[in-house]
Design a binder for this molecule. Structure first.
Ligand code: BTN
Length: 260
């Protein structure tokens, strides 16, 4: 287990990771971050754990990770954003993390809508962003990041789709270094994002995705949409050209389908 001191040592940031809470085991770092944020914890506060007993993923799923081998963290932010820009925050989290992983591993990582990070076509990082509002104004957002760093193996049902840095590169990574890169990349990007400027974030995200122009299928609210992914909407939705016209998806899992 890394101590707070080790994680701070060499961390070159002003906001992200200035305050760190470390846990051997916790239910979910996101749940803990939400509790702390509601009680007034300052922006940049990080909760990091070696193991989660109830790690949460998107769409009500669970997030499972071997104890002591991965990065499981949540960070609190309090940007002053107009409500129509909140849906862009997951792209900020994904780009910041992808840039950090690129610095650590020296290769390009792919971003998959809305906020997965892929390496050689398999998911190595998932992001869960949760927000809280007061009187229609964003009070805080919690960015939950799970990076499969040194995970040795995955369950049968996951191993076709999931991977870790260790599996792809055949060596262990220093989690402290990866953590510090994540903090640094997020902080750099945040200097624009906190003022509502998502230009760098979205350009970077688009440069890392392969989705546009492809035939996709996506389940949204019980409906299966099929069509060509053509763009991101101004509020972060995925614009799909379907036989019934253009539709915008805000949640769901994209799968690539054959050209029709
Ligand atoms: C997904 O891909 O479905 C999102 C997974 C997010 C997992 C991380 S691990 C740290 C943080 N705490 C949680 O309970 N979830 C996020």
């Amino acid at each position: 287990m890394y101590s707070k001191e080790e994680l701070h040592n060499g961390l070159n940031t002003f906001i992200f990771g200035k305050k760190i809470f470390t846990y051997d085991s916790i239910d979910s770092t996101n749940t803990c971050a939400k509790t702390l944020a509601s009680a007034g914890a300052e922006e940049g506060t990080v909760i990091i754990a070696e193991y989660q007993t109830a790690g949460r993923g998107r769409l009500g799923r669970t997030w499972q990770a071997e104890s002591g081998n991965n990065i499981l963290l949540s960070v609190i932010i309090r940007p002053k954003l107009e409500i129509n820009k909140i849906g862009l925050l997951p792209f900020f989290a994904a780009v910041g993390t992808a840039q950090a992983l690129e610095t650590a591993a020296g290769v390009r990582f792919e971003c998959k809508w809305p906020n997965d990070i892929l390496l050689n076509g398999k998911k190595c990082c998932g992001i869960l962003l949760e927000s809280s509002f007061q009187h229609n104004v964003l009070d805080y957002a919690v960015i939950g990041i799970g990076v499969n760093v040194n995970q040795k193996s995955f369950d049968e049902d996951l191993k076709e789709r999931a991977t870790s840095l260790r599996q792809e590169f055949g060596r262990e990574f220093d989690r402290r270094e990866v953590f510090q890169h994540i903090m640094k990349s997020l902080e750099l990007l945040y200097s624009e994002v906190k003022n509502g400027n998502f230009m760098t974030t979205l350009n970077e995200w688009k440069s890392r995705t392969t989705i546009f122009g492809k035939q996709v299928a996506i389940n949204q609210a019980g409906e299966r949409l099929r069509g060509r992914a053509i763009a991101l909407s101004a509020d972060g939705g995925l614009v799909i050209e379907t036989p019934d016209g253009r539709k915008i998806c805000y949640a769901g899992d994209v799968v690539f389908t054959k050209e029709s």
